[in-house]
Design a protein around this ligand. Structure first.
Ligand code: EPZ
Length: 432
């Protein structure tokens, strides 16, 4: 498996360009299954998860054409398979996003029930109950979810999620666009990625209102058509580079981002002593204040509050802040896998249940560490960039899932990071 070798202690300076949002491109690619016509998606990030999602569409029978690595033309006119196999789902849980479109358009779907992952059990019971509310029959057959619409078409319904679920909201929204009648989703997720998906679906001919709020209404239509859409920038990659500027005591210009998608992150970082200036609608400038960083508590919550996907990166920053800070993780039950690795680098962090207490400022020293999941990997890269000495991060395939050419991007702003290749082929695929 590939590793990253980082020689830390160098402030980052320069300009970094943000890629398209992985967590918007994944449902948007799945949404192309809802139409027999061509859907063109721009600004798709060139990361492993999107390569996997594209392969799933091809396995189902869709025709995919890459005009270049960020633009996908997808035509799902000849779908002849309605299932996502275990071998694929186990590598990427977001394949469950094929359930809603297949069920909504063809009245049938069979998708391997995703297992848990490093950060939690991550069930999809809320997705399945909602499909049943739309008139689907859902059963579990040797590890596969089998869903059918007995009447051939789902029926609109009024339903409420008992807890906020991002892909649950996306899956059910996609299932409902071709249903007979109107569907109301209450306690829906409000992430920008939900709004982006709804915008694509409406361009395809759907009738969705309220995306981005807790109540979404979907008026079923007969058929969807063609569309062209550009994926929003990745707000978590943006937040990650804001932290990178501060934790290395450098100065970065971050372009092609969408500041209004990460207001809670920007506000929290400013509270902690990061000077962030909005240059224009799509550009931020960040550096650490001359007085250094302050310990500030954070609790992760659904959008528009502070996102769980920035928790590990924020914790890395708090190791460099004067004082004691408390990080509470309320979304996933096991999202502190990065803590033990940071402790190996000298961080003073104690965990009790879903609460981590960080005592700073502690100078970090480079060490051999292990990446466990996508965002934990990003936090270890940040810690390595701040540490003195060499950090060797193993299992960096996790980070390749969601950060496009991160070695190239960090090197271009003065970071000393190299990929130690396990296989030439793999590195070529990651565009580095
Ligand atoms: C999405 O995951 C994101 N993934 C995650 O990003 C993100 O961390 C998460 O939302 C929370 O913001 C994609 O969009 C592809 P949830 P998702 O359903 O939809 C529980 C990353 O790093 N739950 O909002 O799977 C669940 O266990 C990834 O890019 C149920 O109990 O998250 C969790 O505790 C990691 N039953 C909570 O709800 C269900 O049916 C929120 O999960 C569904 C969810």
């Amino acid at each position: 498996m590939d590793k990253f070798l980082i020689r830390g202690g160098k402030p980052l300076h320069g300009t970094v360009t943000i890629s398209g949002a992985k967590n918007s491109a994944l449902p948007c690619l799945a949404a192309t299954l809802l139409s027999p016509k061509t859907v063109t998606l721009h600004n798709v990030p060139y990361v492993r998860d999107l390569i996997t999602q594209r392969r799933l569409l091809e396995d189902l029978g869709a025709e995919t054409l890459l005009l270049h690595k960020h633009t996908h033309k997808i035509t799902a006119s000849d779908i002849e398979l309605f299932e996502a196999p275990y071998e694929l789902v186990k590598t990427m849980r977001a394949s469950v996003l094929a359930l809603g479109p297949l069920l909504g358009r063809f009245g049938k779907a069979k998708v391997s029930l995703p297992g848990g992952c490093a950060i939690g059990t991550r069930p999809i019971d809320l997705h399945l109950r909602a499909f049943e509310k739309l008139g689907a029959e859902v059963s579990l057959e040797s590890g596969d979810v089998v869903a059918t619409a007995p009447k051939g078409r789902l029926q609109g319904a009024d339903l409420e999620f008992k807890m906020v679920t991002v892909t649950g909201t996306e899956n059910v929204m996609m299932a409902a666009v071709l249903a007979d009648g109107t569907t109301t989703l209450r306690n829906a997720a409000r992430e920008p990625e939900i709004e982006d998906l709804a915008e694509l679906l409406n361009k395809m001919g759907a009738k969705i209102e309220g995306a981005g709020t807790s109540t979404i209404t979907i008026e079923g239509v007969e058929e969807l058509g063609e569309a062209e859409h550009s994926i929003i920038p990745d707000r978590i990659e943006t937040g990650t580079f804001l932290v990178a500027a501060a934790i290395t005591n450098g100065e970065l210009t971050i372009e092609n981002c969408q500041p209004k998608h990460l207001e809670a992150v920007i506000n929290k970082l400013r509270e902690a002593g990061v000077e962030i200036e909005q240059i224009d609608d799509t550009t931020l400038h960040a550096k650490c204040s001359k007085d250094g960083l302050r310990a500030v508590d954070v609790i992760t919550q659904p959008h528009p509050k502070f996102p769980t996907d920035m928790q590990a990166q924020y914790m890395a920053l708090m190791t460099q802040a004067e004082g004691t800070s408390v990080v509470v993780e309320t979304i996933f039950e096991n999202r502190f896998m990065h803590v033990a690795e940071m402790q190996r680098m000298g961080a003073d962090i104690e965990i009790e249940g879903n609460t981590a207490t960080i005592k700073g400022k502690k100078n970090l020293t480079g060490a051999k560490v292990l990446a466990s999941d996508l965002r934990a990997s990003a936090s270890l890269v940040l810690a390595g960039l701040a540490a003195t000495g060499e950090t060797l991060i193993d299992r960096v395939y996790h980070i390749d899932r969601g950060y496009e050419t991160i070695v190239k991007k960090i090197s271009s702003i003065g970071g000393d990071i190299t990929r130690i290749k396990e296989s030439i082929a793999m590195s070529a695929e990651n565009g580095e």
